[in-house]
Design a protein around this ligand. Sequence first.
Ligand SMILES: Cc1cc2nc3c(=O)[nH]c(=O)nc-3n(C[C@H](O)[C@H](O)[C@H](O)COP(=O)(O)OP(=O)(O)OC[C@H]3O[C@@H](n4cnc5c(N)ncnc54)[C@H](O)[C@@H]3O)c2cc1C
Length: 441
Amino acid sequence: MTESETRPGRHAVVIGGSVAGLLAARAVSATFERVTVLDRDALPAEPVARRGVPQGRHVHGVTARGAAGLESLFPGILDELIAAGAPRADALYDYHYYLDGHKLARGTADTPNYLVTRPLIEGLIRRRVSSLENVTVVDSTEALGLLTADGRITGVRARAVAGHDPERDIEADLVIDAAGRGSRAVTWLADLGYPTPDETVVRTNVVYVTRHFQQASGQPGGRHAVVSGAYPANPRSGAAVRQENGQIAVFLAGILGDEPPTDDEGMLAFASTLAAPEIAEVLGTATPLDEAAKMRNPASSLRHFEKLDRYLDGYLVVGDAMGNFNPLYGQGITVAVLEAELLESLLASGLDRLAPRYFAGAARVLAEPWALAAGSDLRFPGVEGERDPQQEQAGQYLDLLRATAATDARVGAAFLRVANMLDPITALFDPALAARVRQTA
Ligand SMILES: Cc1cc2nc3c(=O)[nH]c(=O)nc-3n(C[C@H](O)[C@H](O)[C@H](O)COP(=O)(O)OP(=O)(O)OC[C@H]3O[C@@H](n4cnc5c(N)ncnc54)[C@H](O)[C@@H]3O)c2cc1C
């Protein structure tokens, strides 16, 4: 009997072979004899953007918490990122970081960030997952629907995207939906007669534009990255980030109908309105490597599967299919890491009642990143979403904290550690930190 035949689960199918699906496959691989990851894209051998992940052309930060989680799921992967040319940077020491229009005082935050393109990180994770003896990644194959019997999942119906192969049924005792924002989880559940989750929605209508440039000496601003955050007096944001291949990725973003242009002059004019002059400097002087790409993200949304009173046993939802976080805060990959960690720990105590246990745990795990993102978005008066008067009071203190970070590096470090999900939001209300903030104000 081989090691994989002694595992309690027989076959797990993951729909979607992007970051969340691959991490989920890694998480369940210790508990299932076989894991099959389906993706409808032809998955490229080289780290290039692909159709099913249009956000892959845009700047992707990985929080320090996300990076640490990736390292424990795939020991050595951070060294692989560095070997592939990704700079490792501390968000306070190695960035020019502009918060609410002020540049943060330089210090160290101990927030290691790996500045890497989205296709490179996905490619390295895919290579690691594909090398697991009981995991198979099957590309160019689309999941069409769920197969069920007696209130539990029994598999998925799938078909090859190209060619004339007929649809086929793939048996499974666990199906994980990692199909991203276009996931049909809600429709599939409704069609099968199961209750569907409520959604919390915060409408920011973010529009992103990203373009890559050849790195010129010292750019951007002599540091690894420049970040200019949006704030109510100037809801535009942008960044210039060194990445592997000696390139700089520049992104510009507007909210609530303010769209960054994609032509040279328009991008430069938009960047010139940001607090960070270093971004316009890159746009005005560096050699472009591609055309600008544009993407919209109308709203952040969180599906409350945890509140359902009946579950399709053996069917889980992860990643953007469960929660779509405003990309400006760079949380999506970290959220996928947190869900994979949760899944692995729940499976250690068996497969029984996995769906309710998973969705309850995920709601707890996602509460913090959601509060971080939604709290930041709801600072903008035009953003639609539910506002809590208590949060508004805390917001006044946080405005002061951000201003204090311009002169006090310890305050800036505390802010960035929370933004990097290393510390909880409550760390910002620590009495010693609050005293520093009130002293400066
Ligand atoms: C503009 C933008 C910028 C972002 N920046 C950041 C950032 O800085 N940091 C960060 O952490 N996150 C960022 N994100 C979010 C991040 O990209 C996602 O959270 C992350 O990719 C995880 O997504 P996912 O795996 O759930 O879904 P996706 O990456 O969307 O992948 C879904 C996969 O499912 C496949 N698929 C879909 N339907 C089917 C089907 N029926 N059958 C088979 N396969 C299917 C698709 O081909 C695709 O591969 C950003 C997002 C956007 C839009």
